[in-house]
Write a protein that binds this ligand. Structure first.
Ligand code: C2O
Ligand code: CU
Ligand code: CU
Length: 515
């Protein structure tokens, strides 16, 4: 079969039973609402893309269908889909459909769900997404490198009834460490970094390139789907002059609310749907800044208003809630409780100067991460100044190797991206409710992700989490304990891991067996 890598998603005409040739409706540009039973093809291969902007040299990447990010897949809720993945890389790969509640055999974890798809081979993923919302897809083999070189894409499950927004936008964010020729720097799996914040890069892209501005129209109401597709970078986005309302986390609707301090906090792999009314002035530009790492704020992009007058005069009513997904409600009166204790990493006071962390003395000023060579920050949006990565370093660093250990959960460390034969940490009874207490005894942040389920966020350090929030990835801050609850309704061996990829591959992963 021949596939044009420039065409985002190739679709085959389908021969239905009865022999008629079913014509598939044409895609609207920029959208890809799928008909039921549609088949998609995705090629994992290499490509060259303009990460730094059209006038800048291309960067060699690994990419789905030659694009970074990969083609956004928009699938209808509750309809089965077939996705044929062909591997044109020189190493094995799989695709993980992050956040989708699907059968274990379709989950893409090597050794548990399937063997890796070998070079030149294909694998057909088939599943029926039960939940509408914002998800994403990425490899689960050699994840640190394959994700870090560009393999990821947005996966949107469309509500059965279209909702009333003027526009539905995806912002797929990725973080890159580039050398002075604008190429991806090697050194994936650096041991020292793995014990700290992980591989945080030097350039953040929005939908595949450094952003010079996102065009908006005064008066419009946008559903914005934020996806943090970074290996390790945590983001805290603030929209100057605007008041985004959070309506979903990790694809799951919550009670609409404005975020604490006006900042949208997104760890790696996390998604957030926000509704933004564009109430700025025509012709103006408003910054969208990421303020997570202290002293290392940067402008991700600008809301760039068209000069035209507002599309509506009277402000809209506040956004309503999205329709809830068919999630099983955990029974907290009978739920069994398990503690999962996270340990490891470089110890030392002030190891993390992000939000809510401390401003540790920075031993690393200017060193270590300047391999990026993108100094000066002259190129605008999403570009870090050179040599200023100290905000994510710990003071514990200074004394070589003090207190360095590998990561573990309840004393066991599963490394890599998934493997056969790993004994489960816990066996959960199919259909029973559980409370998992994620107890972070380290001085680092961990976005803890469970496959195959969405969980309800109960509490942080004993304080109830408001707004009926669910997710598949819980961002646990240094020394924090986060309680989540779920019904163990999906049989299989499910990995639970930190989505800072360096942490995952160096021990911060375990298995929960549901049987
Ligand atoms: Cu996106 Cu195992 O994860
Ligand atoms: Cu996942
Ligand atoms: Cu972690």
């Amino acid at each position: 079969m021949s596939i044009d890598p420039n065409f985002p998603i190739s679709r085959r005409s389908l021969l239905r039973a009865g022999g008629g040739l079913a014509l598939v409706a044409a895609l609207r540009p920029g959208s890809g609402r799928a008909a039921a039973g549609t088949e998609y093809q995705i090629l994992a291969g290499t490509g060259e893309v303009h990460l730094l902007g059209q006038d800048q040299p291309e960067t060699a990447v690994w990419a789905y269908n030659g694009k970074v990010p990969g083609p956004p897949l928009r699938l209808p809720q509750g309809e089965s889909v077939r996705i044929v993945v062909e591997n044109r890389l020189e190493e094995g790969t799989t695709v993980h459909w992050h956040g989708i509640r699907l059968p274990i055999a379709m989950d893409g974890v090597p050794g548990i769900s399937q063997p890796p798809i070998e070079p030149g081979k294909t694998f057909v993923y088939e599943f029926t997404p039960p939940d509408a919302g914002t998800f994403w897809y990425h490899p689960h083999v050699d994840g640190l490198q394959q994700l870090g070189r560009g393999l990821s894409g947005a996966l949107i499950i469309e509500e059965r009834v279209p909702l009333a927004f003027d526009r539905d936008l995806i912002w797929m964010m990725a973080d890159w460490r580039l050398d002075d020729r604008g190429q991806i720097a090697g050194g994936f799996g650096n041991k020292m970094e793995a014990m700290m914040s992980g591989r945080v890069g030097s350039v953040v892209t929005l939908n595949g390139s450094v952003s010079a501005g996102e065009p908006v129209r005064a008066g419009e109401r946008i559903r914005l789907r934020l996806v943090n597709g970074a290996l390790a970078r945590i983001m805290a986005l603030r929209f100057e002059g605007h008041r985004p309302v959070v309506v979903a986390l990790d694809g799951q609707p919550c009670d609409p609310h404005e975020p604490e301090n006006g900042r949208l906090l997104l760890g790696p792999a996390m998604r957030m749907d926000v509704v933004i009314d564009m109430l700025g002035k025509p012709g103006q530009r408003y910054r969208v800044v990421d303020e997570f790492y202290k002293g290392l704020g940067y402008t991700l992009t600008w809301l760039a208003y068209d000069a035209a007058p507002p599309i509506r005069i009277r402000p809209l009513d506040p956004p309503g809630a999205l329709p809830r997904n068919p999630l099983p409600e955990p029974d907290l009166t009978t739920a069994q409780r398990h503690e999962l204790v996270i340990q490891g990493g470089m110890m030392g006071a002030g190891a993390m100067a992000g939000l809510g962390g401390t401003t540790g003395g920075s031993m690393m000023g200017g060193g270590m991460m300047t391999c990026c060579g993108m100094g000066g920050g002259a190129a605008g949006g999403g570009m870090m100044g050179g040599g200023g990565m100290s905000g994510m370093m710990g003071s514990g660093m200074g004394t070589a190797g003090s207190g360095s250990t590998t990561w573990s959960i309840n004393g066991s460390s599963m490394t890599g991206d998934g493997q056969a034969g790993m004994p489960p940490l816990l066996t959960l009874n199919l259909g029973r409710s559980y409370v998992l207490a994620l107890r972070n005894q380290t001085v680092w942040w961990h976005p803890m992700h469970l496959h195959g389920h969405s969980f309800k966020l109960l509490s942080r350090n004993g304080v109830p989490v408001p707004h009926r929030q669910w997710g598949d990835t819980a961002l646990v801050s240094p020394r924090e304990t986060v309680e989540v609850a779920l019904v163990a309704d999906n049989p299989g061996d499910w990995v639970l891991h930190c989505h800072v990829m360096d942490h995952q591959v160096s021990g911060l992963m375990t298995i929960l067996r549901i049987a």
